[in-house]
Design a protein around this ligand. Structure first.
Ligand SMILES: Nc1ncnc2c1ncn2[C@@H]1O[C@H](COP(=O)(O)OP(=O)(O)OP(=O)(O)O)[C@@H](O)[C@H]1O
Ligand SMILES: [Mg+2]
Length: 196
């Protein structure tokens, strides 16, 4: 079981920029995880595609180590049920692909909100991945401890990062090579450039 601090991390970038590749590497350090794999990109774990199959499996393994890749057939409809399982489970990592689809300010589910706001106290790490930064609820960005931002060229995304993280982050974009990201950490003035 990972003893590291449980935090919220976000990964931003255009199609093919290397988000899921990085996310997979971040997950490798976790012994108990569920990946909400909306695009069918992950292989590292047992792949399950419906709730009927997931629930009995989950009840067998949730006290032990597990690596579950959940590929929902109806991502929006099933998301809150998965968040309920995660919230009840505690002490695990939860990776959400296309997280912007589940957090428009009008439709933030109760369990997802609990995971975001109080997950730390239950040892739940949340890793969110998205191509659309401006679609992310402020509730999530305000709680995020680390953000990985791949090269961004869309004007409204640049403006978003300028407002949320500041001009120094935006200025780094021009230096980024393929698969490189700017790593922002809450409370740390220093920005890092990295690659998975
Ligand atoms: N650091 C890296 N080194 C080598 N190859 C990489 C690296 N990062 C990503 N790749 C490769 O680049 C391709 C695209 O990466 P990835 O699937 O992670 O992009 P993505 O941002 O998740 O894209 P999408 O938005 O379409 O899901 C993959 O084939 C992946 O293996
Ligand atoms: Mg991806």
């Amino acid at each position: 079981m990972s003893k590291s601090e449980k935090i919220i991390e976000l990964i931003f970038g255009k199609r093919g920029s290397g988000k899921s590749y990085l996310a997979q590497k971040l997950m490798a350090g976790h012994r108990r995880y569920l990946i909400y794999d909306t695009l069918g990109e992950y292989k590292d774990g047992i792949v399950i595609q419906n709730l009927q199959e997931l629930k009995p499996f989950w009840h067998k393994v949730y006290r032990r180590n597990f690596r579950i890749v959940y590929q929902p057939l109806k991502p929006v409809q099933e998301f809150e049920s998965i968040c309920e399982l995660v919230w009840e489970c505690e002490n695990m990592a939860f990776l959400v692909e296309e997280i912007d689809c589940f957090c428009s300010s009008l439709s933030l589910g109760d369990s997802f909100q609990s995971v975001i706001q109080r997950g730390r106290h239950r040892d739940i790490s949340l890793i969110g991945v998205t191509q659309r930064p401006h679609g992310i609820a402020r509730l999530i960005t305000s709680q995020a401890k680390q953000m990985y931002i791949f090269n961004t060229t869309e004007p409204r995304d640049i403006e978003y990062f300028r407002q949320v993280l500041g001009e120094n982050v935006v200025q780094k974009f021009a230096d980024l090579k393929q698969y490189e990201f700017v790593k922002w950490q809450d409370g740390n003035e220093q920005l890092e450039i990295g690659r998975a």
